[in-house]
Design a protein around this ligand. Structure first.
Ligand code: ADP
Ligand code: MG
Length: 529
């Protein structure tokens, strides 16, 4: 595990990373960042969702100074949605440094873009077609660019951007750093790299095939905002003896532990920011059962060995299948039964299927527990405890009062009241968690066209099979940034190349030949003539 502190980043960048809640570098980040910081050209290969943006973004941001008013970094991305996503992440990472970033893509009013360019952004994130447009209009000049990133390069070539990319790269000074990221490495990517990268270092993270232990696994599809309610009901329904609930970030863990406490659960949180003493205290309480829900990040739960964990809940889906397997492996140890539940937001369904494929295990879909099921679960456990108390005897001290009460009241009434008290009514604390961005789906919808012209193979359908609104969760309100951009697909007709063959979800891995032979008649994001 690599912490971000190990990269010797400037404090303002480190601060931004902390603010984003990243605890440790992902594998592609820990391999790429040191190389990129040295100024090396590089080729990075890793699956979607592995943190490639920060892998190139952090080094790139480190090179630029706030007072610079030249375009220093150019990032090319295949679609408008991806350009916006990358811009958002770079914006967040450079927030404290005060750099200016601007996404440039087809489908948006070019005049508006020209106006935004006058604010002298140092980092441009664009789709190749529209970038070329600006270059031809001389509204973007590349003479001062010293870092170029080709993000999702395979995708860009698939979309027919090869020539555009070549013309753009020819205009960037030779004295520059070039980084190419791609999930696959078909021959045309290798050719592009040979042409434009200098002695590149190769970095690749291929997911290991991992197998999930034999644990009952289920998922519940639930919108981000209803996750907490879902968790309360699940805990009520299942009455776990000991449960570990996984959250994606430290902030999440803190908020969630506090929210659970407010609602009357005995819960506490564990994450990397706690001191050793604090961690030990939480673990002690969990081991001796004085808390029965432990909320944790992946990092905090690593190496954690507690017996008797009956339930693992992935409140947020993990980034990669390996983490998934590690997480659910915290339950069901030593031959005991365990259950793993995952909350999946609608946009993360593809990511769940990816986890299923890699772990070769189907995860059953279950409905959100109803209020009645939640209540029933709670009552069942209370009844069990009551009967245990009956078995254990030692009730003499209570018998006098019991007999008195039974003389005055009906026994069913009395016992029901006792059950009600023991069940405890859920405290009605209002809970508002900061939403987490969804893990990005592996498929995306191609960019939206700028004008009214339809590509020759326009399918006529608006959005076959693609998740049209996969651009990150900050749309849910609380975060600033790019809220003003239209991320839906209102402008232009959506362009659905080859949708039939792609409807099934993940395209990767695809036969290596396809990248070569499929030369789409049209490219995306063309000029605005
Ligand atoms: P990729 O480009 O490889 O598909 P992204 O860069 O879009 O992946 O990252 C996917 C998500 O993971 C984003 O929400 C990002 O903020 C988050 N992320 C990136 N790096 C980390 C990290 N080190 N720890 C936790 N989350 C991370
Ligand atoms: Mg990416």
């Amino acid at each position: 595990m690599t912490t971000f502190a190990e990269f010797n980043l400037e404090p303002k960048v480190l601060e931004a990373i902390t603010e984003l809640g990243f605890e440790e570098a992902t594998p592609i980040q820990s391999q790429s960042i040191p190389l990129a910081l040295q100024g090396r050209d590089m080729i990075g290969q890793a699956q979607t969702g592995t943190g490639k943006t920060a892998a190139f973004g952090i080094p790139l941001i480190s090179k630029i100074s706030k007072n610079d008013d030249k375009i220093r970094a150019l990032i090319m991305a295949p679609t408008r949605e991806l350009a916006i996503q990358v811009a958002e992440e770079i914006e967040k990472l450079s927030r404290f440094k005060g750099l200016r970033t601007l996404p440039i893509y087809g489908g948006q009013d070019i005049v508006r873009q020209i106006r935004a360019l006058k604010k002298k952004p140092q980092i441009i994130i664009g789709t190749p077609g529209r970038l070329l447009d600006h270059i031809n209009r001389k509204t973007i000049k590349l003479e001062d660019v010293n870092t170029v990133v080709l993000d999702e390069a395979d995708e860009m070539l698939d979309m027919g951007f090869m020539e555009d990319i070549q013309s753009i790269l020819k205009q960037v000074p030779d004295e520059r750093q070039t980084m190419l990221f791609s999930a696959t490495m078909p021959p045309n990517i290798k050719r592009l790299a040979e042409q434009f990268l200098k002695n590149p270092e190769h970095v690749s993270v291929i997911p290991k095939q991992v197998s999930a232990p034999l644990i009952d696994q289920a998922y519940i599809e639930v919108p981000e905002r209803q996750k907490f309610e879902a968790l309360s009901r699940l805990i009520d329904m299942e009455s776990p003896e000991l449960a570990i609930v996984f959250g994606r970030t430290k902030r999440r863990v803190d908020e969630l532990a506090e929210a659970l406490q407010k609602r009357g659960y005995s819960a506490d949180g564990l994450h990397g920011d706690l001191s050793q003493n604090q961690r030990d205290a939480v673990m002690r309480k969990f081991r001796d059962g004085s808390i029965d829900v432990l909320v944790a990040t992946d990092v905090a739960a690593r190496g954690l060995d507690v017996s008797g964990v009956t339930h693992v809940v992935n409140f947020d889906l993990p980034q990669d299948p390996e983490s998934y397997v590690h997480r659910i492996g915290r339950t069901g140890r030593a031959g005991k039964e365990g259950e793993a539940w995952s909350f999946v937001t609608p946009r993360e369904i593809d990511h769940l299927h990816f986890i299923e494929r890699v772990t070769r295990h189907r995860i059953a879909r279950k409905p959100l527990p109803t209020l009645a099921e939640a209540l029933e679960g709670k009552q069942r456990i209370i009844a069990e405890r009551l009967l245990e108390a009956v078995e254990s005897g030692e009730l003499n001290e209570y018998k006098g009062l019991a007999i008195q009460m039974l003389e005055q009241y009906d026994s069913v009434q009395l016992l029901s009241a006792a059950l009600k008290l023991m069940t405890g009514e859920k405290r009605e604390a209002s809970i508002e968690l900061t939403p987490e961005d969804p893990i990005r789906a592996k498929r995306r919808k191609p960019d939206v066209r700028s004008g009214g012209r339809k590509p020759s193979n326009y399918s006529g359908r608006s959005n076959g099979g693609y998740n049209s609104n996969r651009t990150g969760g900050s749309g849910s309100g609380s975060k600033g940034g790019y809220g003003g951009y239209n991320r839906g697909s209102k402008e232009g007709g959506s362009y659905n190349r080859d949708s039939a063959s792609r409807n099934s979800g993940d395209r990767r891995p695809r036969p290596s030949s396809s990248g070569e032979t499929r030369r789409p008649a049209r490219r995306e994001d063309s000029s605005s003539e």
